[in-house]
Design a protein around this ligand. Structure first.
Ligand code: SPD
Length: 288
């Protein structure tokens, strides 16, 4: 079977990764080249509608909470304040929705490089962004996130969330030391940084390298582990950073109490376990 066969209607839609494939049965609704990348929207029986960029799974209606809750809530529940929040990437709206569940957020900048991702997500995966798209606290900018971070004022954000795609193509610049150094500069002293940091199983060395790079910039940084069923191997990670202490480990009680209790995956108990569930091989490699 050729790689291009996965775009046939009523077929298998697969992400190919060096001798493995990760897929769902369904059909392709949209397959287009934007100015930035290839965007594919699919309809699947088991996972609802899904979004791929450059043939890699970004999200599906069924499993998006496994990803967005775990990227966003540990940061939003532990930063000292959450007045001003920045998301880089996240054009499907899932991370914005999670941030705006917090009534104390006053302003959210969502900086997505590709307006097509926003348009297609609003049309085909509307439940991801939900009411976030019409929330007056949301400032949506379709611009380059790397430039945005370079231009932003020092110490200006309480929470910074990097919800990019994989470290190749347009998102490559979201994974290097100079980018993380700019993120640290614009993060407040008692703020929290969060980023998706790939799979400890499917991309072990890449994951280790990313965590080490974040640790070389932030005084405190730790990975957290969970499951995103459609991603390669299903085993995924997010890494959190802070300047003053490992504040991302512990959610602030009064903030948690203000949240609805309808999370699919995230809870303070889950978060505690997920930070502790570091695979031994990764823990050892991070010491080297
Ligand atoms: N390999 C998948 C990595 C994707 C990370 N971001 C997905 C965007 C969801 N908002």
């Amino acid at each position: 079977m050729k790689e291009s066969d996965h775009l046939k209607a009523d077929s298998w839609i697969d992400e190919y990764q060096s001798g493995q494939r990760f897929g769902l049965q369904g059909k392709v609704l949209i397959n287009k080249e934007s100015k930035i990348q290839k965007i594919t929207v699919v309809k699947t029986e088991k996972y609802g509608n899904g979004l791929l960029i450059d043939n890699c799974w970004m999200t599906t209606e069924y499993d998006e909470k496994y990803y967005h809750e775990c990227l966003v809530q540990p940061a939003m529940c532990s930063a000292k304040s959450i007045d001003k929040v920045l998301i880089i990437g996240g054009g499907d709206g899932g991370s914005a929705r999670e941030c705006l569940r917090h009534i104390n957020v006053k302003h959210l900048d969502l900086v997505e490089i590709d307006s097509e991702v926003v348009k297609l997500s609003q049309k085909y995966l509307p439940c991801l962004g939900g009411k976030a798209w019409i929330d007056p606290r949301l400032n949506l900018k379709c611009e380059d996130g790397i430039e945005w971070i370079k231009q932003a004022k020092s110490n200006s954000y309480d929470v910074i969330i990097i919800d990019g795609s994989d470290p190749k193509g347009p998102a490559e610049g979201l994974f290097n030391k100079s980018f993380y150094t700019d993120c640290k500069r614009i993060l407040k002293h008692d703020g929290v940084f969060a980023a998706q940091t790939e799979s400890p199983a499917a991309f072990r060395q890449l994951h280790i390298d990313i965590v080490k790079t974040i640790r070389s910039v932030f005084k405190y940084a730790d990975p957290l582990y969970g499951c995103v069923p459609i991603y390669p191997s299903g085993y995924w990670s997010w890494t959190f950073g802070a300047k003053d202490k490992r504040r991302y480990l512990r959610p602030i009680n009064r903030r948690v109490n203000n949240l609805p209790k309808d999370f699919e995956i995230w809870s303070p108990k889950w978060q505690n376990g997920a930070f502790n569930a570091i695979p031994n091989c990764i823990e050892q490699a991070l010491k080297e």
